[in-house]
Design a protein around this ligand. Structure first.
Ligand SMILES: NC(=O)CC[C@H](N)C(=O)O
Length: 351
């Protein structure tokens, strides 16, 4: 089956389609992780994005739902150099895509597409499976809605509150598109987890009498997480606030800081961060926005920085008991270097 990927700059590449025939559009982003393709594809933070893998061989160990970060694939489409046909008991990536109505293209030069993305910045893209019409794909890419204009958080957040009971401290989690392993990392420490939809108002959250507020990862532009921003603004100071990925961006916005869109973001399982104590950790990351340091509240201390570009990867505000990181300490996929350091500490510090 033919497929074509078109970019808003006029580039189009023809390859082999997998999954089903159809069209999708979104922001083309790349991840440098070498494994964990299903964790990435099912990470709700990739909603609205066409996910390209720089590692050339994807699908080597098939599809195992135990690796999923949510019940389904959220990336709009998948771009790979090669999708492995796996002769094992599990379905292959191509079979899984076909059964679940998903769109993918392989056999394309992901290296040159990555160089283009790094040079020009993230581009809108359109993937057509079942066609090789490059002009049509470019035209669709150009008419795709920018990610900041789409309500992606509303499409992935839980519509109803739910509880994962535990015998320990009670944590109110604002679900902007939570990865399963964030909840598991909290649960392993005994947390009594109360998950709220992204629209939850501060008084609804307070009614659960939480000991801490947790803001999750999520897709798209963090400035759209207006209710979560309000929760942090109203509840910081009443209880500790903990954030991961979109969580740090929401906390920064709540404190009046600015957010900016990065040229091409950080996505992969090999992103180095330096803690302010000098120690270095390799982390999993998936973000295209970052906190603007110049605008960060004076009571905040930068705790981690990205070693490659110096951008903020964590900050704390001791007066308001806010602790957040831009990277993913829960990993999945990726190194668990910071799992204990982050979760043990934030859980222990909840009064
Ligand atoms: N993983 C996330 O929470 C990503 C946050 C936000 N969507 C970004 O791209 O920066």
């Amino acid at each position: 089956m033919k497929a074509v990927l078109g970019l808003e700059d006029g580039t189009s590449v023809v390859g082999d389609g997998f999954g089903v025939e159809g069209t999708c559009s979104g922001e083309l982003v790349f991840t440098t992780q070498m494994t964990g393709y299903m964790e990435a594809l099912t990470d709700p933070s990739y909603a609205g994005q066409v996910l390209m893998f720089t590692y050339p061989l994807i699908g080597n160990y098939g599809v195992d739902p135990q690796n999923f970060e949510s019940p389904k694939v959220h990336a709009q489409g998948c771009v790979a150099r090669e999708i492995a046909p796996v002769p094992v008991a599990r379905p292959s990536v191509a079979e899984y895509f076909e059964e679940n109505g998903l769109l993918g293209i392989s056999g394309v030069d992901t290296r040159s597409l990555t160089i283009k993305t790094r040079t020009l910045g993230t581009l809108r893209a359109s993937l057509i499976v079942g066609s090789d019409d490059g002009d049509e794909a470019v035209m669709r890419a150009r008419s795709a809605r920018p990610i900041s204009d789409i309500d992606l958080i509303g499409s992935v957040s839980s519509p109803e509150p739910y509880r994962i009971a535990g015998s320990g401290k009670r944590i109110a989690v604002i679900d902007l598109g939570v990865k399963r392993h964030i909840l598991e990392s909290l649960g392993r420490r005994g947390a009594d987890i109360h998950v709220f939809p992204h629209t939850a108002a501060p008084d609804e959250v307070m009614a659960a009498k939480p000991d801490a507020l947790f803001i999750t990862n999520g897709p798209g532009d963090p400035r759209r997480a207006t209710d979560a921003i309000r929760c942090v603004r109203d509840l910081a100071g009443e209880m500790p606030v903990i954030g991961i990925c979109m969580g740090i961006q929401v906390a920064a916005l709540a404190l009046g800081a600015g957010i900016y869109k990065m040229k091409f973001g950080h996505r992969g399982a090999n992103q180095p961060v330096r803690h302010r104590d000098g120690s270095i950790y390799i982390t999993t990351q998936n973000h295209g926005f970052a906190v603007d340091e110049e605008t960060l509240h004076e009571g905040c201390t930068v705790s981690y920085r990205n070693v490659n570009d110096g951008t903020i990867e964590g900050f704390e505000n001791r007066d308001l008991a806010i602790t957040c990181v831009q990277f993913h300490p829960e990993a999945h996929s990726g190194p668990r270097d910071t799992e204990m350091r982050f979760f043990d500490r934030v859980y222990r510090e909840i009064p």
